[in-house]
Ligand binder design. Sequence first.
Ligand code: HEM
Length: 496
Amino acid sequence: MSQHPSDAPAATSRGVLTTANGNPVENNQTSMTAGDLGPVVLQDFHLLDKLAHFDRERIPERVVHAKGAGAHGYFEVTKDISHLTCAKFLSKVGKRTPIFTRFSTVGGELGSADTARDPRGFSVKFYTEEGNWDMVGNNTPIFFIRDPIKFPDFIHTQKRHPQTHLPDATMMWDFWSLVPESLHQVTILMSDRGIPDGYRHMHGFSSHSLKLVKGDGSFHYVKWHFLTEQGIKNILPEDAARLAGTDPNYATRDLFNAIERGDHPAWKVYIQVLEPEQALKYRFNPFDVTKVISKKDFPLQEVGRMVLNRNPENYFAEVEQAAFCPSHMVPGIAPSPDRMLQGRLFSYSDTHRHRLGPNYQQIPINRPISGVNNHQRDGAMTINGNGGSAPNYEPNSFGGPAQNNLAAQSHAKNFTVQGEVARHTYEVTNDDFVQVGHLYNLFTAEQKDRLAKVIASSLSQVPDFIQKRQLKHFYRADEDYGHRVESALKAAGSKI
Ligand code: HEM
């Protein structure tokens, strides 16, 4: 295997300062002027180039998950699952694959506080010998919505109000109360797990069902779980608010410092495995990302261990330019019909072409170590030699890369469907409240009180009719949940 793609030289050498075109710079402190009191001159290329490059330093931040921290490490197989998949990086116990991980908050901008109440992104890029697999998950096993068509609207409610430019509780609760399938994730968000203590003390989940595929094309549905070896730790709301002022980069600092002092965070990696028929017969839709698959029904099976042991050498090059995409999959891993996942398969590479350019895969942090061999050519920032003089079309009579017909690749994304092309809505039913009730009843009395108080502190700020609409959902999940939130709302001054 070649060198890790993001091995960057450390900036230790004190060689001669040069312009970007390599000319030595004789003075980096004084601009060239026409006389002592005269204006600066156009011929000072070093000044012009320095300013012009600076003017272009910012690229668009991620439209969601803008604030984050990343680290390098490895994934090691600890249990054999070669009977489930032909993915080569999972082929034998002890096999190690280099990875790059990025953790993030969701709603805030690049400079926002790490201790926000928000889900946390949990992205892992596996640099395998068959190209990259990106596991782009969250620290929650579920999500607010289950149809990608709702995502831009949902995210707008998490961002700033179009007029006030302020975060807006009314937008959030208006949307959530009109989209009750969000209640499960809203409950996690408002619970103690809504503010993890840094990035080391949280789990990670694929959330969606994915497929593991064998060489003959047969498959299982799986959900991925990354369980923290550091233990779960959360931050209380008062401490989070204080830290947002005193140390807004709390989680970024914590991750960097831990790795720097050799305290390498690790996660044990598990899967839940369902036969296709079991998935279709399951009492909940296994492709509805607002629901979990019970671990009692489908226990966790160990797969491996992920360790983070190296900090990025350069934040922008490695963390900001990292491009994770759920459709980056290796042979042996394939998508399920989860419609949210299907929407995501489009959205990420699309935003990468906008955020980083059409050749974003050539940026070292994104480049597969297995090499890239295709007929894509040209485009802004082509830096990989552009295929040289090799043919840039296929079929051709002069050689070049050719498709392989491995069964896993040709069958993995095939499956049989029947039905009418139409907008098949997942209506809200009692099923959408069952798991919320179960989750609520896992909390201690103290946790339930805190949950109700956190909800009320935000919900009490919004118009009464929205409070009433949302309150019904809490009651529907669990009578006590409803009571507690209602009492907390009244204590917070609500007039409902
Ligand atoms: C980031 C879209 C749902 C996890 C992003 C980005 C977009 C996006 C456009 C910015 C990517 C970039 O600039 O590099 C969507 C859409 C969704 C969806 C359209 C639903 C249809 C989800 C879900 C999860 C998730 C359900 C978790 C299970 C993440 C993570 C990142 C991210 C972790 C940050 C990636 C990184 O670290 O760079 N999403 N998302 N998203 N999303 Fe989603």
